[in-house]
Write a protein that binds this ligand. Sequence first.
Ligand SMILES: [Zn+2]
Length: 349
Amino acid sequence: MPLVSMRQLLDEAAKGGYGVGAFNVNDMEQIQAIMEAAKETNSPVIIQASRGARQFAQDRYLYHLILAASELYPNIPIAMHQDHGNSFETCKSAIELGFTSVMMDGSLKADGKTPSTFEENVEVTRKVVDFAHERGITVEGEIGVLGGVEDGHGAGGSGLDHITDPDQAVEFAERTGVDALAIAIGTSHGAYKFTKKPDGSVLKMDVLIAIHKRLPNTHLVMHGSSSVPKDLQDIVNQYGGKLKETWGVPVEEIQLGIRNGVRKINVDTDNRLAITGAIRKVLWESPEKFDPRDYMKPAREAMQKVVALRMTQFGQAGHAGDYKPASIADIAKGYKDGSLSTRPLVAAK
Ligand SMILES: [Zn+2]
């Protein structure tokens, strides 16, 4: 089937009470791993590419690889999403390329490092929403600033530096009309999220719940939500890797989020770890091997395993065929005639 609207995918997830993993890709094998996991679990899919991925693979390669996935798996709805767009121009170029969804991360200035003001964030996000909705494209915004750096994008520092304020989240949703809202609740990008098992002092689930209470129909997004499981770290280190001990976001916390309005969960690091561990194992055990397929095949299988597990844990498994995806043109009409609302429902404090 053609690539579908992320808005529709998330609206359906809200109806079904589940979350949808958004997995980052840079190359063909990662796309294949996601699609095989989706087929295995009968899941709708969000495939996302960061600016770094678009540079690494080149836009046209990525677009056509994802298009190939949509041809090869006609029963799986796929939304193609720009992760962390840093400017109107980045989002516009993604839309013109054929992405069906973009994130405008206006929480940072266009340099992708310096936190912006609230007014700057509203202004650039609103501009992207106007441009995107006219074309039937979904927009994710961000309020509050995530910790860490990924692919050169991020303010660095701890995830606790700029936690989302629930009142600001309400105002932001009302003034921008975004379809999905990324919030900062203490998570960070990359592998080194927490130096101990996270508890209520580092992961602000109470803030997430407070935001969901005020914005009960807004699709919330958790970034930096790899769980960084110890078994994946161990495989890397067992075969010559040097990862320092680290903790990610426990799956139970993500599931608590899903019960409180989280519909999109970004996962990248876990897949990177699975791939690297599998490649290291082959090269360590069989140093005579030199055919890339000898290690890329196990790498792809290792990632598929992680993705299928997350799809099951997030609840999207079994839901690929629940609905008939609308065309992007029909989604554009829906935004225009108001049947796809861009005004959030706001509950009193
Ligand atoms: Zn992110």
